[in-house]
Design a protein around this ligand. Structure first.
Ligand SMILES: [Zn+2]
Length: 260
């Protein structure tokens, strides 16, 4: 029973009911002792080897194939989070307007202001009803979600003095220089500038956003507009009648701009 006790501290049972190494008449006590120790050591070595192989396999499997638990959780969270609906004019787009478009226009004699920017889906729906179920002129053909304004990527401009009967060709050139797209669809959406890049309205609805714009002149700011010579150095468009008064397009009688 003395030998059996030696195996009690092993993490598993060694041998059967009886002690493994029986006292044998041709072995001295010292040799039995050594033989037992060898067996114990080997048992530990095999156990440790199995543990190492098991953990190693797990590690390799995790590294090469499946995503981690955290990755799976992150995907689940992303799938459960709806695309946030914009609530204001997008800041990068607005910066192009306030730090590039408006200051340059001012150099050419325009005193422009943003007459319309972001519109919520509800506001767009209400605007759509104008001239239809509500009294007034029709001002848009876009319902909620169908206007670039609903995604904060469009503005409408007007001049403090001259309203919207302006030289839009000239303004379009300035807008293009600042990365903006002119709403020159027919003759009816001239005050409209936007930026959606290569995206479609469907892309915007799906939560996609265009690549951020950069200012054509890094030193541009709203507070300190650049001078004409500084702008020329940045390849800004220049016009022969640069400092002359604003060229006005004769306002069409009873013409209402349809703003989409
Ligand atoms: Zn517009």
């Amino acid at each position: 029973m003395r030998q059996r006790k030696r195996f009690d501290y092993l993490p598993f049972r060694v041998g059967g009911r009886e002690p493994q190494i029986k006292r044998q008449p041709f072995l001295s006590d010292g040799r039995v002792e050594r033989a037992n120790r060898k067996r114990i050591t080997m048992a530990y070595a095999i156990f440790a080897g199995i543990v190492v192989i098991f953990l190693g396999t797990k590690f390799i499997h995790r590294k090469s194939n499946s995503p981690t638990t955290q990755e799976i959780a992150a995907v689940k969270v992303a799938a459960a989070t709806p695309t946030p609906i914009p609530t204001a004019t997008e800041t990068n787009f607005l910066r192009q307007v306030t730090q590039c478009f408006l200051p340059i226009s001012k150099l050419y004699g325009y005193d422009l202001y943003i007459s319309a920017g972001f519109r919520s889906f509800d506001e767009q729906d209400q605007l759509y009803e104008q001239g239809r179920s509500v009294a007034g002129h029709i001002v848009t053909n876009a319902k909620g979600g169908d206007s670039i304004h609903n995604f904060g990527l469009a503005i409408d401009l007007a001049d403090h003095r001259y309203g919207i009967d302006l030289d839009w060709d000239k303004l379009e050139k300035i807008g293009t220089y600042c990365g903006l797209e002119h709403g020159d669809r027919g003759y009816t959406d001239l005050p409209h500038f936007q930026y959606i890049g290569h995206l479609s309205i469907e892309d915007l609805k799906a939560g996609k956003a265009p690549e951020p714009l950069t200012l054509p002149c890094p030193a541009m700011s709203e507070a300190t507009p650049l001078t004409m010579s500084e702008l020329n150095a940045c390849n800004a468009p220049s016009f022969s009648n640069s400092n002359s008064s604003v060229h006005i397009v004769a306002p069409p009688l009873n013409q209402y701009y349809i703003n989409n």
